[in-house]
Design a binder for this molecule. Sequence first.
Ligand code: NAD
Length: 260
Amino acid sequence: MAATRTAIVTGSTSGIGLAIAEAFAAEGCNVVINSFSDTPSDRAIADRIASEHKVAAAYTQADMSKAAECRALVARAAERFGSVDVLVNNAGIQHVAPVEEFPVEKWDAIIAINLTSAFHTIAAAIPLMKKAGGGRIINIASAHGLVASAYKSAYVSAKHGIMGLTKTVALEVARDKITCNAICPGYVLTPLVEAQIPDQMKAHKMDRDTVVREVMLERQPTKEFVSVEQIAATAVFLASPAAAQINGTHISVDGGWTAQ
Ligand code: NAD
């Protein structure tokens, strides 16, 4: 591997992906920040991370629902930095509806972004990792990669799918010093989740703490959100030498949700 590692994090302008990119930058890695948009504020994220952590950071626009753009994201990172040492497949979206009413275009988008994009980025990254003598692939799955919730058919299917992809890829690259693992977060306090709290308070006529404990974290035994920093630290661990023999598995960071 190159002396300075390069980490790509898909969907990293917000939430978990942004925290993961920051954590790899704090480790001294070059980082590739990605989203589907291309605005000055997207590029400003990469500039801020570069200056705060004294690393190279590039913003690369690529829509993870499009095969060619997924593969081009990896190719552009390799062109810019010479290697791709860590690939974090994080981009994801959600839609909630009963299966018989689930909009077909939402199903297709969720499967494309939450599952198929990882197939494309992994396929593009493996030859580069083999050439470099190793690498780490980390897929951000979910507690919903292990258990289901009603009305989330596409999300649960995509997240179960990425668990299968994780195991299969791990077997294929085990002799190449490449590992492929998943992280399964429970409910994480991202801006997206935070924004839902006022509406839930209104709908349930509850205060913030009660909504969080009784409604949002109903299945999370700790009754506390997971933090983005806890997910990011798990990703950094999976990319560390200590995790070299962890392969084809997952780490749940869910406050005990899937122990039930
Ligand atoms: P978020 O909405 O805050 O961030 C998602 C990121 O993906 C954003 O940067 C967004 O721009 C990007 N993105 C969306 N569509 C894209 C596309 N077509 N192409 C490229 N980028 C795209 O969400 P988050 O909560 O940080 O979730 C990140 C990942 O963690 C997702 O895979 C999600 O399923 C998973 N996850 C989240 C939670 C949670 O409670 N927040 C729990 C378990 C798993």
